[in-house]
Design a protein around this ligand. Structure first.
Ligand SMILES: C[S@@+](CC[C@H](N)C(=O)[O-])C[C@H]1O[C@@H](n2cnc3c(N)ncnc32)[C@H](O)[C@@H]1O
Length: 284
C-alpha cells in the first residue's frame, strides 16, 4: 500500500476540525523539524518520517479523546506573553486578561512603583503579564499548589522575569507576611460550584480540580480573599477578583461587608459581569 504521509494529505485526512489539526501539525513541525508555522503551506508536500507520524497520530488521538490543545502543545498565549502549560495548572483564559488590564490601569495611575499581589497564580499568568508590561511594578505571586508554582517559576525564567516576581506558597494570605501591604491585589480563584456539571465536561475535566472549584458553593475562596483584603492593602489600594457570570451580586455584597469602597463590577467582552473591584479606605 502506498500511503501518503505528506503534511497536506495528513491534514486533509484528519478527523479534527481544520484549525485544530493545523495547530497540532505546526507543533509537530516545530518540535521535530524546527520548522516555523509557515511550513504548513510552504512545505506541504513534505512527508513526515514514520517516527514523527506516530507522534502525530498520538496527538490526534489524544485530542479526539478531549485533551486540551494547550496541554498537547504545551503552551498558551495570554495577554502579551506566551506561557508554558501542563496538566498541573489551569489553562489561562482570555477573560482573565481583564484583571491584567485593570491592574495595568491602576499601575499607570500611581505615582510610585506599584506593589502587586497575585493570589492563586497558577501558571503565573496574571503576575507575569503585568511584570512584562509594567517594568517598574514589584510583584508577588502565591499558590498553594507546589506543581503550579514550579510551572510559574519555569515561565518566569523563560520570560526573563524571574527577578521581577517573588513566588510564595500557601493558602491565600497565609502565603505572605501578616504585615505585608500591597497597592493592588488581583485574583482569579476557583469559583465553580462543586455541583456544577461543567466540571465533568470539555477541557475542565483535564484541568486540576483544585484550580476550578472549592468543592462547595463556589464562593468560599472569593469570600476568604475579599475578607482579608483590607489587612493587606495600602490606603486606597485596589482589589479586583474574577468570578462566575452569575456570582456578581454576591461578590459585590462581600466587598461591601468587608468594608471596601468604590465597589463596582466590570463586564467581559460577552457582556457578563465577571470582575468585582473595591478599594481600601484612604486613612490608615
Ligand atoms: C482558577 S486558577 C487561576 C490560575 C491563574 N491565576 C490564571 O488565571 O490562569 C486558581 C488557582 O488558585 C490556586 N488555589 C486554589 N486554592 C488555593 C488556596 N487556598 N490558596 C492559594 N491558591 C489556591 C489553584 O492552585 C490555582 O492555581
Amino acid at each position: 500500500m502506498n500511503q501518503d504521509f505528506s503534511i497536506r494529505a495528513l491534514l486533509g485526512d484528519s478527523l479534527l476540525p481544520p484549525n485544530e489539526a493545523r495547530m497540532l501539525m505546526a507543533h509537530v513541525l516545530e518540535k521535530y523539524y524546527q520548522l516555523p508555522r509557515t511550513a504548513l503551506l510552504s512545505r506541504d508536500v513534505m512527508a513526515l518520517s514514520s517516527e514523527v507520524m506516530m507522534q502525530w497520530q498520538e496527538l490526534q488521538s489524544k485530542r479526539l479523546a478531549g485533551e486540551p490543545i494547550a496541554y498537547l502543545i504545551g503552551k498558551r498565549g495570554f495577554h502579551n506573553i506566551e506561557l508554558y502549560v501542563a496538566p498541573g495548572v489551569l489553562i489561562p483564559r482570555p477573560e482573565t486578561e481583564l484583571l491584567v488590564e485593570i491592574g495595568l490601569q491602576e499601575i499607570g495611575r500611581l505615582p510610585q512603583a506599584a506593589t502587586v499581589l497575585d493570589l492563586g497564580t497558577g501558571s503565573g499568568a496574571i503576575a507575569l503579564a503585568i511584570a512584562a508590561a509594567a517594568p517598574q511594578a514589584l510583584l508577588m505571586a502565591s499558590d498553594q499548589s507546589e506543581e503550579a508554582l514550579e510551572i510559574a517559576k519555569l515561565n518566569a525564567n523563560a520570560l526573563s522575569l524571574a527577578t521581577r516576581v517573588q513566588f510564595t506558597k500557601g493558602s491565600w494570605y497565609e502565603a505572605i507576611s501578616k504585615h505585608a501591604r500591597f497597592d493592588i491585589i488581583l485574583s482569579n480563584p476557583p469559583y465553580i460550584s462543586g455541583q456544577d456539571p461543567h466540571l465533568m465536561q470539555g477541557d475542565l475535566c483535564f484541568e486540576p480540580i483544585s484550580a476550578l472549584t472549592d468543592h462547595a458553593s463556589g464562593l468560599s475562596c472569593l469570600e476568604a480573599i475579599i475578607a482579608g483584603a483590607k489587612e493587606h492593602l495600602n490606603p486606597n489600594g485596589l482589589i479586583a477578583v474574577e468570578h462566575g457570570f452569575d456570582q456578581s451580586k454576591k461578590v459585590l455584597e462581600m466587598m461591601k461587608t468587608a468594608g471596601l469602597r468604590d465597589i463596582e463590577g466590570r463586564q467581559d467582552l460577552a457582556g457578563h459581569c465577571r470582575v468585582a473591584l473595591g478599594r481600601n479606605s484612604g486613612d490608615q
